[in-house]
Design a protein around this ligand. Structure first.
Ligand code: HEC
Length: 493
């Protein structure tokens, strides 16, 4: 007797666990390809070594259940496509089997997914009726960093003025630290120009193979592995294609002593160091906190920008100012960072505001560089007398901020908005008969142009209406009288 087809399936099903590979071939490979590299020559995003699969499986489960649309970066490449939802077609155990297969294939080494995990998220997201966006998912499930291949890393800091890499050995280190996250970084707050750093530790090779290393730096650096110099970028200058070095070295599986030397002469400071295995599918793995360069290897870019109607605010570490700084992006590409520690606008720049990729995908380590151009540092010390306190800020309907500062008996408002490509700042004092001296700028190249106009840098001048500005050759101050208001216009040239 022949069983009816339906019954035969029912009998057979419990015997075989869901075959993830088979299901993947049926439901995913048309777009992501059998080798996980993305169908039609990589027009679709890869699942092999995709950072979107890293860590908890929630991100991937949600994508499969409800689909994904809009811009996304995978492995340093951008896509802007639509993945249709699969939740209605696939039961929990099949999604679990597919994602377990995907998370353990093609170099991915993540945990398996259980049907219960899928069932929980299906229930939790039952109300959802449209695909996810990459930015939305990142906020809910930030991508953890991959572990660094550097172990037992220490850093020594040296002070000195160099135009080329010095011989560090005879020099005395000012400070020695252990770098527990296994990443090299030069973006510590409050670090002045003229310093050197030497990191020492072990690079752990997982397999015996030719490893390619890439170094880019501002200013100079070199990398020594197993006692031999592998990479070197000497002299001073910003990071560029000319100021980078890339070479391969055969390493046996296991730990190899590594030493990285770096010096900062002046201006910006940064170092980027990455390695990869040979072969087209392998991507760069970063040993540095910074991940700039042609392939940022898994840190999606999330630009934050104001809309034409409303300013954008960014409250997270911003490179070049104090830890408690508030970034404001005004419409028209006028941006500044206001330090709540120094009660002052410390940085101002034009163009793109900031990229939140670092903080939303890397658990908030490090400080984000402003994204735009013509960055000017206005000051780096407290702007008000010592007893002044920060009392928060308010936003008007267009998002323009007013910061409030108090001194005994006095309330000072420090308000900002953009006008015709300039940054307009109004300082107002209310309260008793007390004058308040306010620092406007203390960066190196201030120059008086006329009674009301001061050049703060090659690109920025400030016009001060009221406040009797005083310049002592180094610092520019103004004085705020009671019930007075002073307007400052910052003009980029
Ligand atoms: C019809 C084509 C198509 C199918 C079928 C499809 N995907 Fe996708 N998938 C895409 C596209 C396109 C994106 C990127 C969407 C975007 O640009 O926002 C994507 C993105 C992803 C991502 C996040 C980005 C990445 O590359 O890691 C994951 C994870 C993913 N898909 C898993 C799957 C799984 C698992 C299946 C099978 C159950 C599947 N997809 C089926 C087209 C598809």
């Amino acid at each position: 007797m022949r069983l009816p087809l339906v019954l035969a399936t029912l009998v057979a099903a419990p015997l075989a666990a869901q075959d993830g590979g088979q299901l993947y071939a049926t439901y995913c490979s048309a777009c992501h390809a059998n080798d996980g590299l993305g169908a039609t020559g990589g027009q679709f995003p890869p699942l092999a070594e995709s950072e979107w699969l890293r860590g908890e499986p929630d991100r991937a489960i949600k994508i499969v259940l409800h689909g994904l649309s809009g811009p996304i970066e995978v492995g340093g490449r951008g896509y802007n496509l639509i993945m249709p939802p699969q939740g209605a077609a696939l039961p929990d155990d099949q999604i679990a089997a597919i994602l377990s297969y995907v998370r353990t294939s093609w170099g991915n080494r993540e945990s398996a997914v259980t049907p219960q995990q899928v069932a929980d998220l299906r229930l939790a997201t039952a109300q959802r009726d449209k695909p996810y966006t990459a930015a939305g998912l990142l906020k809910q499930h930030p991508i953890p960093r991959e572990p660094s291949a550097l172990r037992n890393l220490t850093s020594r800091i040296y002070h000195g003025q160099w135009d080329k890499l010095p011989d560090f050995d005879p020099l005395e280190a000012r400070n020695i630290e252990e770098e527990h996250d296994g990443r090299i970084s030069v973006t510590h707050a409050d670090r002045e120009d003229h310093f050197g750093l030497v990191w020492e530790g072990e690079f752990v090779a997982e397999k015996s193979a030719v490893h390619r290393f890439r170094l880019a730096c501002d200013d100079g650096a070199r990398v020594v592995i197993d006692g031999k110099e592998l990479l070197k970028v000497d002299g001073t200058g910003p990071i560029s294609a000319d100021r980078s070095d890339e070479k391969g070295i055969r390493l046996e599986a296991g730990a190899h002593p590594i030493r990285i030397e770096y010096f900062e002469a002046r201006g910006h400071e940064d170092i980027v160091l990455a390695w990869k295995l040979p072969g087209g599918t392998s991507r760069w793995h970063y040993l540095s906190e910074s991940e700039t360069g042609p392939n940022r290897g898994g840190r999606p870019s999330i630009p934050i920008e104001p809309t034409p109607e409303r300013a954008a605010i960014y409250r997270n570490f911003i490179a070049g100012t104090t830890p408690r700084a508030i970034g404001i992006g005004l419409p028209g590409g006028i941006n500044f960072a206001w330090s709540a520690d120094h009660l002052a606008p410390e940085l101002a720049w034009t163009g793109p505001f900031i990229d939140a990729g670092r903080h939303w995908t890397a658990r908030g380590q490090g400080a984000q560089e402003p994204a735009g151009h013509r960055l000017v540092r206005l000051s780096r010390t407290p702007a008000f007398p010592a007893e002044a306190r920060f009392r928060g800020y308010t936003l008007d309907p267009a998002g323009n901020p007013t910061f409030r500062i108090t001194r005994p008996g006095v309330v000072i408002e420090d308000a900002y908005r953009a006008r015709e490509g300039h940054l307009l700042r109004t300082l107002r004092s209310r309260g008793e008969e007390t004058r308040t001296r306010v620092l406007v700028a203390d960066t190196g190249s201030i120059e008086r142009l006329d009674d009301t106009t001061w050049r703060l840098s090659d690109t920025l001048v400030v016009r001060i209406a009221g406040g009797r500005p005083e310049f002592d050759g180094r610092k520019l101050h103004l004085t705020l009288a009671p019930a007075d208001s002073v307007t400052l216009t910052y003009i980029w040239r």
